[in-house]
Write a protein that binds this ligand. Sequence first.
Ligand SMILES: Cc1cc2nc3c(=O)[nH]c(=O)nc-3n(C[C@H](O)[C@H](O)[C@H](O)COP(=O)(O)OP(=O)(O)OC[C@H]3O[C@@H](n4cnc5c(N)ncnc54)[C@H](O)[C@@H]3O)c2cc1C
Length: 315
Amino acid sequence: MNRELSDEVIVVGAGVVGLTTAVVLAEAGRRVRVWARETGGRTTSAVAGALWWPYRIEPEALAGKWALASLVVYEELADRPEQTGVRLVEGVHGGLRLDTLGPWAARVPGLAETDEGLSARLPLIDMPVHLAWLRERLGRAGGTVEERVVTGLAEVPAPVVVNCTGLGARSLVPDPAVRPVRGQLVVVENPGITTWYTSEDEAEGGASAYFFPQPGGLLLGGTAEEDAWSPEPDPDIAAGIVARCAAVRPEIAGARVLEHRVGLRPYRSAVRLARELRPDGRVLVHNYGHGGAGVTVAWGCAREAAGLVDAGPAA
Ligand SMILES: Cc1cc2nc3c(=O)[nH]c(=O)nc-3n(C[C@H](O)[C@H](O)[C@H](O)COP(=O)(O)OP(=O)(O)OC[C@H]3O[C@@H](n4cnc5c(N)ncnc54)[C@H](O)[C@@H]3O)c2cc1C
């Protein structure tokens, strides 16, 4: 295969995982095309809150490693928040103790136990802005994004294909191990809250109280319903979210509702980050199943996926 052709990669998926992987590959000199059924605001990635924190992602040790690698990148991107959508914001994980977390937690700068829980200054990412910025950065590195539905990975015409389809992998691979964990959010006019807050999930239905101050409003959450597929916001669930958040900060009770959002987290008992060699010599790299932390681990996983691309005979 001539060098020019063998350099070509098609990344399927334009969520945070696909775009970040595409950026890493394109900046390493690959010719990258992204193919995706949905782009920008129509992806699950655009729904995310999005706080840097390895929540509902397995396996924990690898997630911790990928998250820490990504943390370094987000800390740098936070120097230019208007462009990148990334800011460092203080907040508290209510009721959480350090000894319940894996060894990764000891390497998060400034994570400290207080009377309320764990306090930290962490990346908080405004996803619509961040996704647009990733796409622009990809474009600067020569990559392109096309809206296309893929019905079979074997038919994608490139020597290297990277599968970043999130929940779409369930039918595309097909991989029934990827399952939805439905999350609903309410966006309200911010009544003056400048720090983020999360509480631990209740065992039943994954209900919790969290709020993240974003430039476009205060994002209130949340829910984590396993195997729930409905993309429609449920008004009773929304009322429950507002009530739980208002129990923490009473001023939230009267805040004007701006928007309701729903997303299906692509959960898998273990993220699939692996390389397959096709019988025809082509390389297929999978990078999906990041559950509730795809933003948190995006750069660590993207670099590992790029390493798997380079490990193939098509390199
Ligand atoms: C309410 C909520 C809050 C969240 N909060 C956080 C948070 O605070 N921090 C955090 O790190 N994470 C958070 N997450 C999780 C995060 O959103 C996901 O882990 C992440 O978006 C997964 O990214 P992805 O790129 O794998 O998937 P997606 O964003 O779903 O992208 C998948 C892409 O693949 C494309 N695709 C799928 N099938 C096909 C096909 N057959 N052909 C072509 N294209 C296809 C889709 O169109 C899309 O472009 C949250 C999620 C939700 C729902």
